[in-house]
Design a protein around this ligand. Sequence first.
Ligand code: FDA
Length: 498
Amino acid sequence: SYAPVPAKEDFLGCLMKEIPARLLYAKSSPDYPTVLTQTIRNSRWSTPQNVQPLYIITPTNASHIQSAVVCGRRHSVRLRVRSGGHDYEGLSYRSEKPEKFAVVDLNKMRAVVVDGYARTAWVESGAQLGELYYAIAKNSPVLAFPAGVCPSIGVGGNFAGGGFGMLLRKYGIAAENVIDVKVVDPDGKLLDKSSMSADHFWAVRGGGGESFGIVVSWQVKLLPVPPTVTVFKIPKTVQQGAVDLVNKWQLVGPALPGDLMIRVIAAGNTATFEALYLGTCKTLLPLMSSKFPELGMNPYHCNEMPWIKSVPFIHLGKEAGLDDLLNRNNTFKPFAEYKSDYVLQPFPKPVWEQIFGWLAKPGAGIMIMDPYGATISATPEAATPFPHRQGVLFNIQYVNYWFAEAAGGPPLQWSKDMYNFMEPYVSKNPRQAYANYRDIDLGRNEVVNDISTYSSGKVWGEKYFKGNFQRLAITKGKVDPQDYFRNEQSIPPLVEKY
Ligand code: FDA
């Protein structure tokens, strides 16, 4: 269905007919290294041993993206899409195997248009979450959006894989609050909700990035927050009773009202209880003394502020300000390894004791634990591809950083050992994981006859998507049967045979 290839035209020649040359970077161009590395967050994937793109395309409008897809298909060059570059395994800009590919980098497409009357906004994929939050708050101090905690995450990848933060108990995930999208499909067509199939619209909102086309922009529902919210951070060491407190928290945290989220960050011998409450200190105090008196929360722990200030406060601390939401020059680029788990049964208390033992070992990382319950657990599993709903007590993210390439041995070993240790105590069959905390150790696609196989995808795919994986694969089979948009963990096409 594609026009005949003109003699001698190559991929770059094709692009140059439609896209200004200043938006294209070949490997040989002097700016290529800067453009490639500017949004790489995990330094493991910026070394030259990684298979890097032949070209980087930085579109400024949807038609450039459409041209990139048409040229890519005509000349057999695959495209990987990058919005904020936070992918834990770097799959938005590197390939594990030799492959001819280009990156469509959306960092120049980051407009946010808020409609305060309709309580909606259109946001382009290349915006970072902080830019979305900032634009909403500028329009109204009592509207918000429930997506990730870290302000530099890209809207594109975060919404595509679910997206959750401190509002998850009140409003669920980002993807379930998306009401329309603009997507470039594998034929280069620009679709929206009214022109795409219902399954395609379902799949782009939580089924993971890359697989279902390039999402140009998202229309989201804005959600009410009170003018004043309250934040606290209470650290407790093991000597101060951290074990008993987390042991209680695992039951209390998921059962609190949706207005209160208390997550736990466990690092070394300390558990820090970090909370966002949608209300004032005055109403939070009696709630805490009735539900979780053991924590000893008192008025001195209260930090009252508008919701927008709570975002940098929670992420970076008291001194952080609104500028941090807009900062695109984050220089914190450690070497990193991440894994995740879902917990359905409370841990016996001795397991918490052992966990603090693990957190004190050489090479130890930290654990970030987000309680579920309330809205995130009330949404049916099949409503979006994100399946971690009823019955989940909390999510665990294991995060491990190091700062020199050669220092990776102990942290990588710890991550593996810790993950093995936790197996008996977390979800099973499948052992669930969060798609946005991508972990390539869960499995990689095998490609046979130029198509990723369903059987290889099922191994990692059911961990991220449970029973929704098959519907995602069938949808992929309809939207992209030739598997043009793919990476090591993209949804494989399942084409029904009649
Ligand atoms: P990136 O650009 O690397 O893309 C990720 C994936 O989506 C890739 O496969 C890419 O091809 C695809 N993709 C990107 N843009 C697309 C588009 N427009 N259309 C189609 N596919 C596209 N998560 C969370 O839910 N809550 C949190 O609080 C945090 N916190 C956090 C902190 C830090 C420091 C990091 C590094 C990461 C997180 N995350 C997170 C995880 C984060 O949500 C996840 O890495 C997202 O996929 C990142 O989206 P980016 O656009 O930045 O990544």
